[in-house]
Write a protein that binds this ligand. Structure first.
Ligand SMILES: *Cc1c(COP(=O)(O)O)cnc(C)c1O
Length: 395
C-alpha cells in the first residue's frame, strides 16, 4: 500500500493509487514506468542463496516486476490480500473456480453469468465431477434454499452480462459463508473504482482486465484478487496449471490503469447520457442500465455502487431480422464485435437462447448491447438515431 508521508494515515484517492502504485522508478534507473520484463530463468549467486530461495523472483512463471506492477494496483483498489494477473478474463474466472472446487463439490452460478463462464461450468467442471447449478440473479438471501451440504462456491456477476441484473452481494456472501462456500464476484463492469465486492463480503473478485483496464482493445489479461483465507487455493490452482501472463501484456494493462479513472468517468457520463436519451425514443421498449431510475435494481445499485460502466443494453420493439440487419449493418461509429472496454463504441445484437436456464428471456423485441466509447456523444446519438429509423423502415 502506498502511504502518504504526512503521517496522518489519510488514504490516497483512487486517482493517486492508479497513477503512483506499482511503480518504483528507483529500481528502474529513474525511468517512470516499470518496463517489459521478459524472462524465464532467474539467476542465483550461491548454493546458500539457492537453498534459501533468496531471490525476490524465483522463476519467470511465478511473475516478474511488470506483472507485479499491475497486481499491486488492483490489490489496493479492491482492498484485497493479494492479486494475480492471469492470461485472460476467462482464465481469471476458471482459476478462481478451480481454486475453490474439487471432485464431488457443487457450485451455484448466476443465470446471468458471462457465457464462457457457463460453458466452463457445464463442460469442464461437470466432467471433473463437480455439479454446476444456476440461480436467479435477483435471488438474494433466497439462495439459502438452493445450498447443498457440498456447495463450496457461489459465482456472482454484477451487473450480469447482457441483461444487467444487479446482485445483492452482502446477502449472497452471508448465505455462502453460512454453508461453508466461497463467493466469487466478476466485477469487470464497474471496475474497482465503482464497486468493491470484497468490502461487501465476497471472498474472491475477478476482472476481465482485457476490457476497461487495458482500455484499447489490444491485449488480453485477467486479475484475481482474494482475501487472505482464499489466497492459497487460488494461487495453488494458478501455479499448478502453469498460467503466466507475459510482461508485454502486463505492461499494456499497467499503462491502461494509469488513465482508468478519467476514462471510466468519461465512459460513464456518455453511457448514461445515451441510455437516458434512448429511453425517450419511440422504437425503444426498455433500457437495461442499472444507473437509470427505471431499472428494477436501481435501489441496490445505489446502495452498493458509486458509479457505472460503459456497457448496457436496450430492447427495440418487435421487428424481423431484416430490421436488426438494417440497424447494425450501416452504423458508422458503432462497430460490431465481441469484447468491450476500448475507446471505441460497439454494438452487438444479442440472442439469449440457451444462456438462460432459470429465467428464460421472454421480453418481446430485439435486444442490443452497446459499449459507449469516447467519441463525441452527439455523434453517437446521431448514429443510433439513424439506425433506429432504418430499423423501423425495414419492418
Ligand atoms: C469479457 C469478459 C470476460 C472474459 O474476459 P476475456 O479477457 O475476454 O477472457 C469475463 N467476464 C466478463 C463479465 C466479460 O465481459
Amino acid at each position: 500500500m502506498i502511504e502518504n508521508d504526512r503521517g496522518n494515515n489519510a488514504p490516497f484517492s483512487v486517482e493517486t493509487v492508479l497513477t503512483h502504485q506499482g511503480r518504483v522508478p528507483d529500481d528502474q534507473f529513474g525511468f517512470v514506468n516499470t518496463p517489459v520484463y521478459r524472462g524465464s530463468t532467474v539467476l542465483f549467486k550461491t548454493l546458500d542463496d539457492l537453498e534459501a530461495q533468496r531471490q525476490r523472483f524465483l522463476y519467470g512463471r511465478a511473475g516478474n516486476p511488470t506483472t507485479e506492477s499491475v497486481e499491486a494496483v488492483i490489490t489496493e483498489l479492491e482492498g484485497a490480500y493479494r492479486t494475480r494477473l492471469v492470461p485472460s478474463g476467462l482464465a481469471a474466472v476458471t482459476v478462481a473456480l478451480l481454486g475453490c472446487l474439487k471432485a464431488g463439490d457443487d457450485v451455484l452460478l448466476t443465470d446471468s453469468a458471462y457465457e464462457p463462464t457457463r460453458a466452463f461450468a457445464d463442460g469442464f467442471l461437470q466432467q471433473m465431477g463437480v455439479t454446476a447449478r444456476y440461480y436467479d440473479p435477483r435471488i438474494g438471501a433466497g439462495l439459502a434454499d438452493l445450498m447443498r451440504p457440498n456447495t463450496r462456491a457461489v459465482l456472482a456477476e454484477s451487473p450480469g452480462s447482457l441483461t444487467f441484473e444487479v446482485q445483492d452481494i452482502p446477502a449472497l456472501a452471508k448465505v455462502a459463508h453460512a454453508g461453508g462456500a466461497r463467493l466469487i464476484v466478476d466485477n469487470s463492469w464497474a471496475s474497482p473504482l465503482y464497486h468493491q465486492p470484497l468490502k461487501l463480503g465476497a471472498d474472491i473478485v475477478v476482472h476481465a482486465a482485457t476490457k476497461m483496464f487495458v482500455g484499447h482493445s489490444d491485449a488480453f489479461a485477467g486479475t484475481i484478487s482474494t482475501t487472505e483465507e482464499s489466497w492459497r487455493g487460488v494461487e495453488s490452482a494458478r501455479r499448478l496449471l502453469g498460467f503466466f501472463t507475459s510482461g508485454d501484456e502486463a505492461f499494456l494493462v499497467a499503462r491502461g490503469l494509469r488513465t482508468l479513472a478519467i476514462r471510466m468517468k468519461e465512459h460513464q457520463a456518455r453511457a448514461l447520457d445515451i441510455a437516458s436519451w434512448l429511453e425517450q425514443q419511440p422504437e425503444v421498449t426498455s433500457v437495461l442500465h442499472p444507473a437509470l431510475p427505471s431499472h428494477p435494481d436501481h435501489a441496490l445499485f445505489k446502495r452498493d455502487f458509486t458509479g457505472s460502466g460503459s456497457l448496457f443494453a436496450f430492447v427495440l420493439a418487435p421487428a424481423p431480422r431484416a430490421s436488426v440487419a438494417a440497424f447494425v449493418d450501416k452504423l458508422q461509429l458503432f462497430s460490431m464485435g465481441y469484447s468491450w472496454g476500448g475507446y471505441e463504441s460497439l454494438c452487438l445484437p444479442v440472442v439469449l437462447g440457451k444462456n438462460r436456464t432459470v429465467r428464460p428471456w421472454s421480453a418481446p423485441g430485439n435486444l442490443f448491447r452497446v459499449h459507449i466509447g469516447l467519441e463525441g456523444v452527439d455523434d453517437l446519438k446521431a448514429d443510433l438515431g439513424a439506425a433506429m429509423e432504418r430499423y423501423a423502415r425495414a419492418r
